[in-house]
Design a protein around this ligand. Structure first.
Ligand code: ADP
Length: 338
């Protein structure tokens, strides 16, 4: 599996299969163009690799040229408008082979064919490495197809996601994210736990509050509980290593979850990076963060009130509460940008 920015992809078409697809197109073109010297018109940037490999296998004389198609939103409701740029030779009375990496809706093909008509070409055939029959909305015949694929989003061998992935030799397919993972962020007493209750019902998520897990361990007098207690009693953060291991095991206990609400985690930069890489190994990630912002004096009031009934010693002493804010402001608040 590979990661490009926020998305994950897994191998879909091997290097060998790509080569075979290129070869099959090249065999047909070599057969069809025995008598003429065509112009290969390569659509940049995506068809750069395919065009290169294809033309190297062409066994007669030929020429090549490159064009680009820029898409932009039209001012009218007509939707996307495509502009063809960069043609640097006359194609009048020439046999043109248009080389595309992938034919999807057919909008690009249409824009290029219109341009070629104005150029008065003698003939034009379309060669594409990949073709998505389910997405194709036009009627122009696609003459040479390396491989038909479904409606998958693919990268590699010239195809990109936000400019990345073109250099991959095999083809990779987007892995759909299964989970919805949310981080609830905010200082002690902001109401993360309360909001988590709503969200978990509405989106059927598993709620993990690291504070609750620690308190559960303290109640059951586990080794983890005994260790955490000394920190929590003072309002200090429990060390990262311990907290991260605990969180991982909570996530792994719920392997069938639709997603998680992380409440009170991450609280340090180190925890945030660990969470990212832990989820990335599963092909998942954080989809969003909700930050709750409340004035500190109001928070103190709320926490002391909660302390009257919660039995939490860290809620009953203003200096401990202020220490938790201090931990939050120095170690956690910076994560908002992260
Ligand atoms: P609150 O948000 O009101 O402080 P929590 O239940 O989230 O309540 O946390 C209580 C205590 O548990 C914290 O003060 C800290 O000692 C410990 N704790 C909870 N989550 C973490 C974490 N991610 N990293 C380190 N310590 C944590």
């Amino acid at each position: 599996m590979i990661q490009l920015q926020d998305l994950f992809f897994h191998e879909f078409i091997s290097v060998t299969q790509v080569k075979e697809a290129v070869n099959s197109v090249s065999l047909k073109i070599n057969k069809d163009y025995k008598e003429t010297s065509p112009v290969f018109l390569i659509v940049l940037n995506g068809a750069f690799f395919f065009g290169s490999d294809l033309i190297k296998q062409f066994d007669r004389t030929c020429e090549m040229s490159f064009i680009k198609v820029a898409s932009y939103k039209g001012t009218k409701s007509s939707g996307v408008v495509s502009k063809v740029m960069g043609l640097d030779m006359s194609l009048k009375d020439r046999d043109v082979i248009l080389v595309e990496d992938i034919v999807d809706s057919g909008n690009t093909i249409e824009a290029i064919l219109k341009m070629l008509k104005q150029e008065h070409v003698k003939s034009c055939k379309i060669a594409t490495l990949f073709y998505k029959p389910l997405a194709y909305k036009k009627n122009y015949p696609i003459d040479y197809v390396g491989m038909e694929i479904g409606n998958d989003f693919i990268v590699g061998y010239g195809l990109d996601y936000n400019g990345l992935g073109r250099n991959l030799s095999a083809i990779y397919k987007l892995k759909p994210r299964k989970m919805k993972n949310i981080v609830l962020f905010g200082p002690p007493g902001a109401g993360k736990g309360t909001q988590a209750e709503y969200l978990k019902t509405k989106y059927q998520l598993v709620h993990i509050s690291t504070g609750d897990v620690f308190r559960h361990n303290i109640k059951n007098e586990t080794p983890l509980g005994l260790l955490a207690k000394s920190y929590m009693d003072k309002g200090d953060l429990v060390p990262d290593e311990v907290t991260i291991e605990m969180l991982k095991s909570e996530v792994d206990k719920n392997s069938k979850a639709h997603g998680f609400i992380f409440d009170g985690f991450p609280r340090t930069h180190y925890q945030a990076a660990a969470l990212d890489s832990f989820l990335a190994d599963k092909g998942e990630g954080i989809n969003g963060m909700v930050a709750l912002e409340v004035d500190e004096d109001l928070l103190v009031e709320r926490l002391l009130k909660r302390g009257e009934t919660s039995g939490r010693s860290d809620d009953q002493d203003e200096s401990k509460i202020r220490n938790r804010f201090n931990e939050y402001n120095t170690k956690t608040a910076v994560l908002k940008d992260y």
